[in-house]
Write a protein that binds this ligand. Structure first.
Ligand code: HEM
Ligand code: HEM
Length: 177
């Protein structure tokens, strides 16, 4: 395979950079969110969780814009239809979760008294909401349920990527590497 053909089979550098930077930030936020009770005894994890989450939201919107204007490289020809479908549904769910999970977090903390800022550098505005507003309760429930669903999907996604690379030995992981 020529170098040009090899390159055209990979995701664009921008897509790869966004994928890996966001993977680190999201996994960090999932761990920080799920274990915030225990971790909170060692250091103030929540201000970090919130600022990282808002960063993820901004990156997700940029990434969605990029993705809608740049198609993904082709999958290996031998990949069965059901796998393509599962991958597609997972990827669409990821884009939705990358927006909905931080947005629900932002909404649910808005009526609270705690300050919201970006790593202590500048304040992040809050939505003008009261604790009793329905959207606040829904967002709180949603943040927990969707957050845990996000963690489960990430595990499935990683297992699938490793299966392609080490068991099926196809190009799927190299397209994103
Ligand atoms: C992609 C970004 C984010 C992810 C993946 C994420 C994930 C999570 C998870 C998994 C939990 C634990 C839920 C539970 O089992 O109780 C959690 C809790 C929490 N998150 Fe996030 N979060 C994100 C962004 C945000 C943002 C932007 C904010 C606020 C600005 C926020 C505020 C909170 C708060 C306050 C809690 C504690 C909720 C409670 O214990 O009642 N999160 N997050
Ligand atoms: C929080 C963690 C992660 C999230 C949210 C995530 C999200 C995504 C999304 C949305 C795509 C589709 C890209 C597109 O077509 O626009 C993708 C593709 C991919 N990801 Fe991840 N990813 C994460 C972590 C990982 C990790 C740790 C690995 C490797 C072990 C990995 C391997 C891949 C591979 C190989 C592809 C290309 C698959 C394909 O073309 O169908 N991802 N990821």
């Amino acid at each position: 395979m020529s170098i040009t053909a090899e390159t055209s089979l990979r995701y664009h550098g921008v897509a790869r950079a966004l994928h890996w930077i966001m993977a680190i930030l999201i996994i960090g936020n999932l761990v920080g969110g799920i274990f915030h009770d225990g971790l909170g005894k060692m250091f103030p994890v929540m201000p970090l969780h919130k600022a990282t989450g808002i960063t993820i939201l901004a990156l997700a919107l940029a990434r969605l814009g990029w993705r809608l204007t740049h198609p993904a490289p082709a999958l290996p020809a031998e990949m069965p239809g059901w796998e393509r479908l599962v991958a597609k549904v997972t990827h669409i769910a990821f884009y939705a979760l990358m927006v909905l999970v931080p947005l629900s977090g932002w909404i649910m903390v808005s009526p609270g008294d705690r300050p919201l800022n970006w790593f202590g550098l500048f304040p992040i505005p809050k939505f003008g909401l009261a604790k009793t507003d329905a959207i606040v309760g829904i967002s709180h429930e949603g943040h927990e349920i969707l957050g845990l669903a996000f963690a489960a999907l990430v595990i499935l996604h990683i297992v699938a990527a490793l299966r392609h690379h080490f068991i099926l030995r196809d190009t799927v992981l190299r397209r994103m590497a």
